[in-house]
Write a protein that binds this ligand. Structure first.
Ligand SMILES: Cc1ncc(COP(=O)(O)O)c(C=O)c1O
Length: 420
């Protein structure tokens, strides 16, 4: 059989939904194009929409000082410099300065920059374990962690999301196996889970270090900049930063940039410098990104009002939603899921109504990411949203909920929607 022919028989769990856009207008549900400056009000298909889908938590994406530094650094350095991997010819004092400042900020001895979060996490996992070692991980871990596990030649055990009792059972199995093999145990979880907004129960996991011998890697992509007194993340929030052996975050969310980092004790970070293959065999971060990230980190540290504004909006929208009977799950972070019940037809009509008629743009998540019959809308508040934005959104959500409950989206196709 021809390989491509076989693949095209089924476009996969996400590609399967692409028919929605074939039947409606292109780029409506899949690969939509938000235009204009990155701010709460952007343009979608020629109309202004209030946007709640960007991980621009602190509003840095369009901050004038950030824009200025990005522009100046691009002008001064271009995108080429430095050429080559860090280890060979791609190192600069600015890369090292950013690592030093990140270490100080997240209270770790040392830091290594990574070009992208996704491949960085995969590659760090790959560098940390061999076939003798055992990985224990949270069931709701991000795809980059799952892909890192796929490269692991040894055993792995999963524990149900944040289920510490079950984690203990897995640790008993993992410890036994690792001891037999002469290997070690790596536990992986997240600081803030990007779909549910739940915090990883880092404190309870770290308490288990008294009983078990393991190292802990935490992906805090959504917690860095948003959680903790200084914004140093979920470890700081739970008072357990010291117990995290390897702290990871991306620059793609609070920092509104590209790149990522991993921090920990000097010796292990130095080991990673020589063993993380996605860095050793890849060109280092271009200078405008490094200088831009230094500026973002400075603002993140020196302007607590950014995080305060974020939380003002988070609290207002989460309270507004729960006061009006919406189910926002168990979020403990800015990530705000709204769980509704309905078919895929209802979900597509509802989102069309939200985007076209109520001018609200948020992401819709359906099966297989959530169970069949559940529609999850995900709201990402930012420091640059206003309380008026919150009120407008609550009113819009009340209206879609009424229509959903009355079966409107199931029976009557919303203007222009031909959903099959
Ligand atoms: C938890 C988590 N880890 C890693 C990543 C990947 O980071 P990057 O976008 O820098 O590749 C993401 C999302 O983007 C994420 O949500």
């Amino acid at each position: 059989m021809d390989l491509f022919e076989k693949l095209l028989q089924d476009k996969g769990p996400l590609g399967r939904h692409s028919y929605l856009d074939d039947n409606l207008d292109k780029n409506f549900y899949m690969f939509p194009k938000l235009e204009g400056e990155i701010q709460p009000r952007m343009t979608f298909k020629g109309k202004e929409v209030l946007t709640w889908s960007l991980n621009n938590y602190l509003g840095l994406a369009n901050h004038p000082e950030v824009r200025k530094v990005d522009e100046e650094a691009s002008k001064e350095w271009g995108l080429a410099y430095p050429m080559g991997a860090r280890m060979m010819t791609g190192n600069t004092q600015y890369h090292e300065q950013l690592e030093k400042e990140l270490s100080d900020f997240v209270m770790k001895e040392d830091t290594m920059l990574l070009n992208y979060g996704y491949q960085g996490v995969m590659s760090v996992i790959d560098a940390l374990v061999d076939r003798k070692d055992v990985i224990v991980y949270d069931a709701e871990s991000h795809a980059c962690i799952i892909d890192g596990l796929r490269m692991h030649m040894g055993k792995r055990f999963v524990f149900p999301h944040n289920d510490i009792e079950n984690l203990q059972k897995q640790l008993v199995r993992a410890t036994k196996l690792a001891n037999e093999n002469g290997g070690g145990v790596l536990v992986i979880t997240e600081g803030v889970f990007g779909m549910s907004g739940n915090m990883g129960d880092l404190k309870s996991i770290i308490d288990l270090k008294e009983k078990f011998d393991f190292r802990l890697l935490v992906d805090d992509a959504h917690g860095f900049g948003t959680m903790g007194a200084t914004g140093a993340g979920t470890g700081e929030e739970q008072g357990v930063q010291d117990g995290i052996d390897l702290y990871f975050s991306t620059f793609a969310k609070s920092m509104a940039s590209i790149g990522a980092f991993i921090s920990g004790d000097h010796d292990i970070i130095d080991y990673l410098r020589y063993n993380v293959r996605s860095q050793i065999f890849a060109k280092s971060l271009p200078m405008p990104l490094v200088i831009g990230n230094l500026k973002r980190l400075e603002l993140l540290r020196s302007k607590p009002e950014l995080k305060e504004n974020l939380w003002k909006i988070v609290n207002a929208i989460q309270k507004g939603l729960t006061d009006n009977g919406f189910n926002i799950g168990t979020t403990k972070s800015p990530v705000t899921p709204v769980f509704l019940k309905g078919s895929l037809i209802s979900a597509t009509n509802l989102v069309k109504d939200l985007r076209n008629n109520l001018n609200i743009f948020c992401s819709m998540i359906v099966y297989p990411v959530v169970p069949k019959g559940v529609i999850m809308l995900r709201i990402i508040p930012t420091a640059v949203h206003s309380l008026d934005d919150v009120n407008q959104t609550i009113e819009a959500f009340k209206s879609i909920k009424d229509k959903l409950d009355s079966g409107f989206y199931e029976e009557e196709a919303v203007e222009g929607a031909i959903v099959k």
